[in-house]
Ligand binder design. Sequence first.
Ligand code: SF4
Length: 426
Amino acid sequence: MTGSAPLAGGGCRTAPVLKERGQREVFCGLTGIIWLHRKMQDAFFLVVGSRTCAHLLQSAAGVMIFAEPRFATAILEEGDLAGLNDAHDELDREVARLLARRPDIRQLFLVGSCPSEVIKLDLGRAAERLTEAYAPKVRVLNYSGSGIETTFTQGEDACLASMVPVLPATDKRELMVVGALPDVVEDQMLGLLRDLSIKNVRCLPARSITSNVAVGPNTVFALNQPFLGDTCGALERRGARHIPAPFPFGEAGTTAWLRAIADEFGVSDERFAAATDAPRARASRAIAQASEHLQGKSVFFFPDSQLEIPLARFLTNECGMTAIEVGSPFIHDAIVGPDLELMEAGPVISEGQDVDLQLDRARAARPDLTVCGLGLANPLEAEGLTTKWAIELVFTPVHFYEQAGDLAGLFSRPLRRKGLISGLDK
Ligand code: SF4
């Protein structure tokens, strides 16, 4: 296993990047609503879109029978698309109906889609108008979840970035951790930071609008997801400072992430060891057990979730795999540079996609495991390649020490299954 010291020569950070700008296979940013609506318990996501958008949301979320959902689609009909109706008036009526029926809503996100962008419906103006009408009880914001030129994780980035300009200002020295985590994982993270004696920790997104998240020149922030480039920029424009770090996947990633924060707050080595030694040992044991089927195997990442680089770092450095290609939709060096620095040079690092060319490269390499989107997984499986759906990695709790074994397990399961099936074939 490799530690978390940057490699001499910069590892993959100094490697040339293969930039591709061809046809891509991606999901749109509406997908993020599925995990964001669970996180923000007083928020509602109103997609202004078509029946296609409504179907995507429903099939991705499953049908919620027992709970009042916190998302819906205001469907643009043909008359709206043809400019025959005043879509703003209709939207105002829909919002009025919704807020009258759901007094629990404190934050309303108007989410743009391909159809609303095609007819140039100005949701920014709508959000301003509706904020004036419903403030202070309800805050109305807008962002785009459109599928044009985006990946599915950009929905969360756009949502969080839309919240930053309206956060209250503060001069307090505070740590903000940015990125939606399942509550149980967020609680584990807050416990680790507490054990490091780091006080005044805020999370964005917070579970509720009343959580006092504020930002200012003395705010430092750490990202827990690598797809938050716009949010990072928005926070920097408010004067906050980013703490660059590898992402908290696996034992080494989590330790390096915590170490970067601990250094920022002057935590001693003794306190750091006292807080992390036991969970580190647990994580290492869990990874060793779960990565048994990963050792010595090769992996090929198609660009999809933007988690590819930190996950490739985890699989190569902590699970004994070899990366053939690590493709990511976008590469923000300021964000994923620390992970690239920890990876041995060797794999192709590619940004963007030209799907046919990339498929040719994967077929030629015949990796043991291919991590890709749903659209590519089935055809590749039919060609005898073993695949892992990238989207599962965003829906499953995978961050920090206690999930490190599960994260390795997510990758080893398809390989184990393949081994069992080929054993049966014999
Ligand atoms: Fe399809 Fe665009 Fe709606 Fe996404 S936003 S479901 S890509 S129409």
